[in-house]
Write a protein that binds this ligand. Structure first.
Ligand SMILES: Nc1nc2c(ncn2[C@@H]2O[C@H](COP(=O)(O)OP(=O)(O)OP(=O)(O)O)[C@@H](O)[C@H]2O)c(=O)[nH]1
Ligand SMILES: [Mg+2]
Ligand SMILES: [Zn+2]
Length: 287
């Protein structure tokens, strides 16, 4: 048996990079399919018979995301355009929440910075995220990409963000040989279609980066507020709420609400947290 990592998945065919450097197209054997569907990023054991490659076993996952479907992720780069489509803290924060809940580090990457003016409000949003402790990169046409490239070193990174944000374009700028398909944002959004259709890992330096399709919905129906509140960097303060299981909504003597009022916690993040709490209460999907 050979050990390898799934780097691409197109309709139940899996491209696997073997530890010896070879790449082969594999299928999932029956018992694997019954157990759980293989994901890009999965470490797998593959058996060869009559020049067919069969995935026999999926090794334990460190973590996984369902949207995009990918396993063993070290960090998620939330790609959000400054304009076209407009920057949305609602969307960024919902992604930060879901990614953090999956025990993956969220990192923000703001694209199309070549299209904004010097005093654009995007700069205050960027500052807000940095102040909260989130890493933020900025990029645009003809920008220096070296810091972003360095952040991919020795990691599996997944790019996520709405259609038209510039995920594929960013990877193409870093390595033109990828030749990823991109499309005018108005077209991508207007037709309700995604330019990128599947999830694939690309080698950048010593790291792997997954381009993914933009998503059309985010599911909060199974999120537990008690878990979520502990994952939000803004909420890590020294003061304690009166109740240990305070979810910072209507409880008395809530240290978080007080810190929001004092301006020590981002009111943007708190509002987005409250909105998500409401969605969960209503059992709704969002976005
Ligand atoms: N000016 C400018 N345009 C950009 C930038 N990044 C992307 N674009 C344009 O935005 C459009 C959408 O970019 P894509 O890379 O296809 O977006 P995507 O996030 O991969 O979209 P999906 O695959 O549908 O999820 C294209 O027309 C790009 O040329 C940027 O930094 N500056
Ligand atoms: Mg794309
Ligand atoms: Zn509280």
């Amino acid at each position: 048996m050979n050990k390898g990592t799934i780097i691409k998945n197109i309709s139940n065919q899996y491209e696997v990079l073997f530890d010896n450097g070879e790449i082969h197209v594999c299928v999932a054997m029956g018992k694997v399919r019954l157990d759980k569907k293989p994901l890009v990023g999965d470490h797998v054991m593959v058996e060869t018979f009559e020049s067919q490659y069969g995935i026999q076993k999926i090794l334990d996952r460190k973590n996984y995301l369902t949207r995009p479907a990918i396993a063993n992720v070290d960090q998620a780069l939330i790609v959000m355009s400054s304009i076209e489509p407009d920057f949305s803290t609602t969307l960024v924060d919902r992604l930060i929440f879901l990614i953090s809940l999956a025990d993956i580090e969220p990192v923000l990457c703001v694209t199309k910075m070549d299209l904004v003016k010097e005093n654009d409000e995007i700069y205050s949003y960027i500052e807000d995220y940095r102040k909260s402790g989130y890493r933020v990169y900025t990029t645009g046409k003809d920008f220096d990409e070296s810091e972003i490239i360095a952040c991919f070193e020795n990691k599996i990174t997944v790019l996520t963000g709405q259609s038209g944000a510039g995920k594929s374009s960013l990877l193409n700028r870093i390595n033109p040989e990828f030749q990823l398909h991109t499309q005018k944002t108005s077209k991508a959004l207007g037709r309700g279609k995604h330019t990128t259709r599947h999830c694939e890992l690309f080698a950048i330096g010593n790291g792997w980066v997954a381009d993914t399709p933009g998503f059309s919905s985010l599911d909060f129906s199974r999120v537990d507020l008690l878990e979520l509140k502990d994952k939000i960097l803004d909420f890590k303060i020294d003061e304690e709420c009166r109740f240990r299981n305070c979810v910072h909504l209507d409880e008395p003597d809530c240290a978080i609400k007080k810190a929001v009022q004092d301006g020590r916690i981002s009111s943007i993040r708190y509002q987005n947290y409250k909105d998500v709490a409401m969605l969960i209460k209503q059992g709704k999907r969002s976005y």
